[in-house]
Design a protein around this ligand. Structure first.
Ligand code: SF4
Length: 389
């Protein structure tokens, strides 16, 4: 029997609820490089089976709380030095004003983002925290999350590697949290590689935080950055590493597949962006490795072709803001929600707005948080159409 026949069998068996093995996934990847159509159609069928024709997004405002960071990743333009014009240090008043504006725009999610423990590297960050009455960035985020809830927005914090105690506090107000794995390969932390100067990106450290989120039963959004110099084995390893955590704790609510885009003024500015066919194969493979997972690609990072990813297995566009830029990828503005709606409809999908937590994880959060959601929640556990449109 040749490999192609074997893979048809493997792909068919996934549709019949059989679990794909690591070696099976590797072989499917190899074959898909020359002919991806069978992989793509299997991924599409699985998406249809588990997610129907719905594609979701989260209507959000992006709070760039502090963008100093103790680490340095060679692809990052989010991080700012204290003298940079792009430095962001949001005061309490600025956070509260933005929350009120976000509410007026009927945003649902308050996305709180910071660099990795800036106070451990910069005196300016320590001073800013002190001025606002806090000792650590995490402590500030705990309070900011409370203000978001008071305003009727639902916080989702992505602040790097938090400790278990910090997560325990944030869990009281955050309906979900986020931490990208990026990749599970130690090789990417070696000298000359993107994470060499970013100890927080060491796979062991990231996986430990994801494990802790599982122990705490926090619905977690995580993901992989595709195209930063990884091998195909390493990206497949990464998907399996996330699968393992989800099998153990059941708390991974979503996997973001983010395609690398080179940025000016970074060490990786000459590095090519992730090739679209490669990226699509990785997206489709993720669907067949984890058939029931919520899989997201950010539409702003594939501005010309994002709707074509609907045919390779995704079911979510992630957070889209009508109000704030994507501070992590400021050169890629989000498409208008109206446009995403139109493009999704033309591809045969219904666009719906979700909370920063997916309905299948509602049992993970407190009754107080569920009660707050109920005002704008529809019978499917999504956001009422009249609220977000
Ligand atoms: S840890 Fe995050 S913010 Fe810090 S340099 Fe890396 S990507 Fe940028």
């Amino acid at each position: 029997m040749n490999n192609l026949v074997l893979n048809s069998e493997s792909l068919n068996s996934v549709l019949e609820n059989k679990i794909i093995s690591y070696s099976g996934a590797l072989q499917i990847y190899q074959d898909a490089k020359t002919n991806p159509s069978e992989l793509f159609s299997t991924a599409q069928n699985l998406r249809k089976k588990y997610k129907g024709n719905t594609v979701t997004f989260s209507k959000k405002a992006f709070f760039n709380i502090i963008n100093m960071c103790k680490d340095t990743c060679t692809y990052c333009t989010y991080k700012a030095e204290p003298t940079d014009t792009k430095l962001s240090l949001m005061s309490k008043q600025e956070i509260k004003q933005m929350l009120s504006l976000a509410k007026k725009h009927r945003c649902v999610e308050a996305l709180f983002v910071t660099g990795e423990r800036p106070e451990q590297r910069y005196q300016e960050a320590k001073d800013w925290l002190k001025e606002n009455g806090f000792k650590s960035t995490a402590e500030y985020l705990i309070h900011a999350s409370e203000w978001a809830l008071e305003e009727g927005l639902f916080p989702h914090t992505n602040a790097g590697n938090l400790t278990i105690d910090e997560m325990k506090e944030l869990q009281k107000t955050n309906v979900s949290m986020g931490l990208m794995l990026e990749n599970s390969s130690e090789r990417l932390s070696q000298k000359g590689m993107p994470h060499y100067l970013a100890p927080s990106k060491k796979p062991k450290a990231r996986l430990e935080v994801l494990e802790n989120s599982g122990k705490l039963k926090i619905p977690m959004t995580t993901g992989i950055l595709v195209g930063i110099g990884e091998t195909s084995e390493e990206v497949i390893d990464s998907i399996f590493a996330l699968k393992k955590i989800h099998e153990k704790y059941g708390n991974i609510q979503e996997i973001i597949l983010q395609n690398f885009q080179p940025k000016e003024d970074t060490k990786m500015s000459d590095f090519p962006s992730a090739e679209e066919n490669y990226f699509k194969i990785i997206v489709a493979l993720s669907r067949i490795i984890m058939p029931e997972m919520n899989i997201q690609i950010p539409p702003n990072l594939s501005p010309k072709s994002y709707q074509s990813f609907l045919s390779v297995g995704i079911n979510d566009w992630g957070g889209v803001s009508p109000l704030t830029p994507d501070y992590v990828n400021p050169e890629f503005s989000w498409p208008e929600i109206k446009k995403i709606d139109e493009n999704s409809e033309n591809a045969g999908f219904d666009l719906k707005c979700r909370f920063p937590i997916y309905p299948e994880f509602f049992s993970f959060i407190s009754k107080e948080l569920r009660d707050k959601m109920s005002f704008i929640e529809d019978e499917e556990g999504l956001v009422k159409e009249e609220y977000w449109r």
